[in-house]
Design a protein around this ligand. Sequence first.
Ligand code: FAD
Length: 398
Amino acid sequence: MEKRELVIIGAGPAGLTAAIYGRRAGLDVLILEKGLAGGQINITDEIENWPGVPHSTGADLAKSFKDHAAKFQPEFRDVAVESIKLERGSKIVVTDKGEIEGEALIVATGASFRRLGCPGEAKLIGRGVSYCAVCDAAFFQDAEVAVIGGGNTAVEEALYLTQFASKVYVIHRRDTFRADKVPVERALASDKIVPVFDSVVESINGEEMVEGLTLKNVKTGEISELPVEGVFVFVGTEPNVSFLGESQLRRSRGGWIITDENMETSEEGVFAAGDVRDKVLRQVVTAAADGAIAAMAAYAAVTEQQYLHDRLFKPEFTVVLFTSSIDEKQVRLASDAESWAKDKGLPLTLVDGYRFRRMTEKLGVETLPAALLLASGEVRQRVSLTDVTDLAPLFEKK
Ligand SMILES: Cc1cc2nc3c(=O)[nH]c(=O)nc-3n(C[C@H](O)[C@H](O)[C@H](O)COP(=O)(O)OP(=O)(O)OC[C@H]3O[C@@H](n4cnc5c(N)ncnc54)[C@H](O)[C@@H]3O)c2cc1C
């Protein structure tokens, strides 16, 4: 099977940034993309909050992300990932064109906004129809806009929009908002927010740009027209995780992948970056930052595995001393043990059990310091140390 050091799934801002950082760190990087490199920004009309570039079209920014990553020569492959297999430490990506094993994986498959699915919506995306107030609110200075939805995101984004728009209609199919009490109270107190309850959108109207909405009252069946210049749809967002099995990678409600601050998921060596993560702000800048962190953490994981594999698992016999680099006494013990072994001409491998915690745990070392005799990676004997001379029996066992 094809084997690669780092396999990145998704070539949006998170995946492309991860590719840049991964390649610059010297990793062999394969990046898998089923659509257009650049991800969601390809369907973004204008972007003015990517630092250093005051204004760009989404398509131009997507191209410059792709060109920048290509400069460092990762391999791009045009495939759809169908599943991943995580068994006994191996990480296999199953695509529509074959399987690839990665020493580390970064899942950067992004998210999709749920659409209303009404006439006019698809045609007017980026032309007044938006799914992101933080991204697009500034384009609606003193305009009348509509927010569709009644949950927390809809109400909070409506409040955000009041800083720009002259009036914000909030259209909700029920007779009360589903959102939490505090944002609802703040929204209802705003003289710019006008709730439109019991109503659904029949169509979004306009030729070149949004001009208005056709609404239907779900209780009376009455049809009405609402002239607005912008429509912000907040009826939900979903992570792109359909290729993951039910119980693969720990996820929050809604399916978002949970990571630690190094972007590592519940599975060792599998990282997630960008919109697919459980996080508070889904933007290009946060996706790129996640990608950079994930790539550096993946680099550390790959080199750690390679280093430890060569030192601990390859030799027929090896005696390993695990100490903690943050404990002064143990640092001294490691140094004494090194001199002791050198004097006696004994090959001793020193491992910082604090830094290489996962490997230490994998070998069943619960407390530091500890020493093991390994035979082709299998633990033959273990001792807890009080003095360097406690190492001697391990060398005799060989
Ligand atoms: C209309 C719109 C306007 C926006 N405006 C702004 C803005 O002004 N400023 C801003 O900062 N952010 C904006 N955003 C948000 C921003 O685009 C996202 O936060 C960002 O693109 C997330 O990057 P990502 O790499 O995590 O995911 P994505 O950009 O979603 O990229 C994920 C990639 O993974 C690929 N993929 C998914 N599944 C698979 C699979 N199974 N196999 C292979 N490939 C797969 C997808 O095809 C996609 O290319 C906007 C988003 C939208 C939709």
